[in-house]
Design a protein around this ligand. Structure first.
Ligand SMILES: *Cc1c(COP(=O)(O)O)cnc(C)c1O
Length: 242
């Protein structure tokens, strides 16, 4: 995105995009008998700068998703002073030396994909006397290129994950393969069923959040129970049409 941009035109295009997205969210909620209020929209701002985020804020968006810790911290520091009701979500790969910088800034970390980073977050959160809300990232499709634990790895380490006192596991996250919406929907269904089976096995544990669905497949995700959808291009890229 160039430094200088036609703010007015950009805002008009984004406003139209958000209206269109909202229509699609409402439709998907309606066909699955859900309320719009059950689905949180995260604007994934990883490809844009502060100015574009400000436009999104003016149009009512309050949740930002970033996939790099340094960039989340940079946007947090650049924006939180003027926009204290912005919420920052970490959705990408966690490098262990960057976890400290996220604590207290990332409201929710979606991308806890192994026991090791989970333990690191727990240790550091304990040191700062806080409890970090997290989602466990599951590689439900089994694609090699995807982050996340397999369902069986998750089941094996779940008890140990639950024992980490400064980690509050509130749900699961996944990314579906792109290109085939039927396959994507099946992945979302599988994630929901995995969540249900974990809740059955651990009745004291509430995994109420399912973070699934991106620009191309959020309707399918909502139909399968997504409570958080993560949209990047469909919000911030004026060329992108869902
Ligand atoms: C980039 C990204 C998104 C948004 O993807 P779009 O297809 O642009 O909506 C969602 N989730 C994660 C984890 C991402 O890295």
């Amino acid at each position: 995105m160039p430094e200088e941009f036609d703010r007015k035109a950009y805002k008009r295009a984004m406003s139209e995009a958000i209206n269109h997205i909202e229509e699609r969210i409402h439709e998907a909620c309606e066909v699955s008998g859900r309320a719009r209020s059950e689905v949180k929209l995260i604007a994934v701002s990883k490809t844009v700068d502060l100015a574009q985020v400000e436009v999104a804020y003016e149009l009512g968006l309050r949740y930002l998703g970033e996939n790099r810790p340094q960039e989340l911290v940079r946007k947090y520091e650049g924006l939180i002073g003027n926009y204290p009701d912005l919420h920052f979500h970490m959705i990408g790969n966690l490098q262990s030396n960057k976890i400290n910088s996220l604590l207290g800034k990332a409201e929710l970390i979606h991308s806890v994909s192994f026991l090791k980073p989970a333990k690191q977050i727990n240790t550091r959160a304990a040191r700062e006397d806080l409890v970090q809300d997290v989602l466990l990232e599951v590689n439900i499709s089994g694609e090699k290129s995807k982050e996340g634990m397999s369902s069986s790895e998750l089941k094996e380490s779940f008890e140990e994950l639950l024992s980490l006192d400064n980690l509050h596991i509130i749900g699961l996250m996944t990314m579906a393969p792109q290109g085939d919406l039927g396959v994507a929907e099946k992945c979302f269904e599988d994630l929901r069923m995995l969540r249900d089976s974990l809740e059955d096995a651990y009745p004291s544990c509430e995994l109420s959040e399912l973070s699934m669905g991106m620009s191309e497949d959020f309707s399918q995700a909502i139909r399968q129970g997504a409570t958080i959808i993560r949209l990047g291009r469909s919000i911030f890229d004026p060329q992108f049409r869902v």
